[in-house]
Design a protein around this ligand. Structure first.
Ligand code: NAI
Ligand code: MG
Length: 337
């Protein structure tokens, strides 16, 4: 029976990397009946609809799993990020963003293998913001709740345990943000006691950034609040070849939306040059999630082989292939598995 899933190609490079990814999934022989939604973000607003139309939320609630391309968010004004809205409305509290070295890719480090667990529904993304026109003062509230902190930190420990990972680092700024980061850290320390087999340490975010760009091999699972996790995952993407190669997943207790770390990349959109690796690896994470382990492995192994051989790579990782050439080459490899 075909899997019933939701597809949000997004905008910018979204439709291009989504097409490439669908081609690869098809080559892997997985039968999916997609409920596609192209009207989202700016193109929904232009049609007089909310940036996140409710039929999208309904579809994901019904189907349980979605594959999503990036959606552009206006800076400083305009609608609230569709990405943030979706994570909050569907309660997708864990944003899982692995950064793994790809053999064959020329990067400063060879054996990075870490995962960022970003709290995905609160912190500085709570959406509680004020501007006092009389005093010209702006406030953004970084709300951390005990429940919110507990569930992401527990998710990280459970994931570590289930995947044979040995080390959890909690990133914070509790020396300055004594209430919010302080609560997150206290809960982390309490939960760590329940997982004696996993080594736990905490690290102040600024120092952690320095450590990560110096010795990233020392890190395994890193859990943090929303904004720190967002910044850390772009930083760690940069350690392993950039945003073109790093996948991601938004996971809640019932629902999951799979999307890469990168955004809509307006600087290269529409040129058939975006790297679909991040999105195809994201799709592999999704296939694993829905029990299509073999197809997920075929895609991952084919991707790894392409990088090892330096075959048909896109320009962001030093090649000269187009998005569609990459998709064709990867699909051929996957189909012949
Ligand atoms: P971005 O991730 O779109 O791009 C940053 C840089 O990385 C650009 O130079 C871009 O060309 C490059 N890049 C990104 N993905 C690539 C790929 N697959 N292949 C090759 N190069 C790639 O970040 P930026 O420019 O800050 O954001 C652009 C828009 O995307 C903004 O409106 C932002 O709000 C939105 N965004 C959406 C996300 C989502 O839907 N989950 C996540 C991040 C940003
Ligand atoms: Mg980001």
């Amino acid at each position: 029976m075909a899997h019933q899933l939701t597809l949000l190609p997004g905008d910018g490079i979204g439709p291009e990397v989504t097409e490439a990814t669908l081609q690869v999934i098809e080559a892997a022989g997985v039968d999916i009946d997609w409920d596609r939604h192209r009207v989202i973000g700016a193109n929904a607003v232009e049609r007089g609809r909310p940036a996140l139309p409710s039929d999208i939320v309904d579809s994901i609630q019904e189907r349980g799993t979605a594959l999503k391309g990036p959606v552009t968010t206006p800076v400083g004004q305009g609608f609230t990020s569709v990405n943030v809205q979706l994570r909050q409305r569907l309660d997708l509290y864990s944003n899982v963003r692995p950064a793994t070295s790809l053999e064959g890719l020329d990067t400063p480090f060879d054996d990075v293998d870490l995962i960022i667990f970003r709290e995905n529904t609160e912190g500085l993304y709570s959406g509680i913001e004020y501007y006092d026109e009389r005093l010209d003062i702006a406030d953004s509230i970084a709300r951390v709740t005990k429940r919110g902190a507990e569930r992401i930190i527990r998710f990280c420990f459970e994931y570590a345990q289930a995947h044979g990972r040995e080390h959890v680092t909690l990133a914070h700024k509790a020396n300055i943000l004594k209430k919010t980061s302080g609560l997150f850290l206290d809960i982390g320390r309490d939960l760590a006691a329940e997982y004696p087999d996993i080594e736990f340490e905490d690290s102040i975010i600024d120092n952690l950034c320095m450590q990560l760009v110096t010795n990233p091999e020392n890190y395994d699972c890193i859990v943090s609040t929303n904004l720190f996790g967002d910044i850390l995952s772009d930083l760690t993407a940069g350690l392993v070849g950039g945003l073109g190669v790093t996948p991601g997943a938004n996971i809640g207790d019932e629902l999951a939306v799979f999307e890469a770390v990168h955004g809509s990349a307006p600087d290269i959109a529409g040129q058939n040059v975006a790297n679909p690796t991040a999105m195809t690896r994201t799709a592999a994470m999704m296939l694993q999630h829905i029990g299509e382990d073999e197809a997920a492995a075929a895609i991952e192994q084919s991707l790894f082989a392409m990088y090892r051989d330096g075959d048909t790579l896109t320009q962001d990782v030093g090649g000269d292939a187009s998005t569609s050439e990459f998709a064709d080459a990867l699909s051929d490899r996957v189909a012949s598995k």
